[in-house]
Design a protein around this ligand. Sequence first.
Ligand code: TXA
Ligand code: MG
Length: 310
Amino acid sequence: MAVITETLEADAAGIARAAKLLYDGRLVAFPTETVYGLGADARNGEAVAAIYEAKGRPSFNPLIVHVASLKAAEALGDIPEAAAIFLSDGWPDGLSLVVPLKPNTGLSALVTAGQSTVALRVPVAPIARALLLAFDGPIAAPSANLSGRISPTTATHVLNGLDGKISAILDGGGTSDGLESTIIGFSDGVPLVYREGVYQVPDGMARLTSAKGTKVQSPGQLASHYAPLGHVRLNALTAEAGEWHLGFGDVIGDRSLSAKGDLREAAAGLFAALHEADDLGKTAIAVAPIPEQGLGRAINDRLRRAAAPR
Ligand code: TXA
Ligand code: MG
């Protein structure tokens, strides 16, 4: 879906325009002190789905939620006491914290990839702060590059990958730190470094490693164990006895991911549908075929994991 990408100056008018676009469910790239983020309203599932679409991400990796203040962060996640050592001087430059997600925050389940944790960050860069204040809500933003490419530190880098795929970019020149945020999570209340980055981690803090002992590139993938309780069968045009059928397009099912066959709508509602299966106590779930293109690849990736033998 080609759009004209507006380049907005990072002045009051540009910030107001960017906030309005976010409010309307559109994608806006913006500079933080680390790298440029590809922002969407974190409460709008279809807008969040559009992030994955624009980046061409083949899987739903959870996204960092950017907020304006510690107070706003506390409204979304349970910040553990052990986080106090990082926050004594306010939220520091280039730090994201993965914490338990609070109930009923209004965040799209796609932001957390259906997990029970959320990555939170309060940027210190003035333009990012101004945008968050103008928008007055949580902004989900991965780095504003195509999937598999290098994180962008200038507006030109962003446009090289995403021109024509996003509604606007707030041009704030080069980012000051030029590297992604450090991501720190908690295990039994003890801080654990998920990803090294701008924020300098105190000596001796444990690092997250994979089962093979190698450094984890994408911590969210490792953590995304979420699968419904019921057995999942894919590419089901019809349901068998006892199956709850998730439809798509012409395949109606008991509940449709998108009756009009819209992949963005299907992505936005995917995790809610899987959770609903659990809530309804379904032991067998059949899922209609989802086209293996665009967002369909990420949807199918998630569904294949849900269907994998456990
Ligand atoms: O500096 C940055 O961190 C930039 C700016 C825009 O904030 N963002 C960024 O996002 O680098 P992204 O999506 O490219 O990388 C975020 C990483 C991913 O590896 C993801 O798996 C991990 O954060 N992550 C997000 N939420 C998580 C969660 N709940 N649990 C574990 N890992 C998570
Ligand atoms: Mg990235």
